[in-house]
Design a binder for this molecule. Sequence first.
Ligand SMILES: [Zn+2]
Length: 172
Amino acid sequence: MAAPDSIRFCPSCGRPIIHKEIEGQPRPYCVACDRVYFQDPKVAAAVLIEKEGKALLVKRANIPERGKWTLPAGFVDAGEDPQEAAQRECHEETGLHISIQSLLDVFSGKEHERGADIVILYRGRIESGALTAGDDAQQVAFFGPDELPPLAFDATRKSIQCWLHSLKMDKD
Ligand SMILES: [Zn+2]
């Protein structure tokens, strides 16, 4: 579905949408239904998986940033638990079944047209499965702190910083 700010006709009754100032902003509004179409943020879930001091990354098959690497991640479906979304996306992209260990961070800020407004970063642990690139991943591999490939997106760079920081904390 189109973003609510680009809605021209009411999804409920089909009449033209107007923009009405509500709570300080012009928002899509249907007079007939007396209904406001609020624009909700898109939420993604990402997962950091570490094995033998290396982090699991996936090489993007799609634009934008095709060919660069990110953490296993994807959009949270409506009604889906973000932890389950992280597990599902990780399985689709890497073939691995994981469990969620902890919440590491939450990032905000849309980076591109099709991007998420909010990214929830978990730490995960491999439970089963064989490493295989799937879905929108070209390749999947583990990388040590000194052998990181070109990373896509700020959220990935921040996530990797978070991981490098945790490695340093473990050493101290
Ligand atoms: Zn309507």
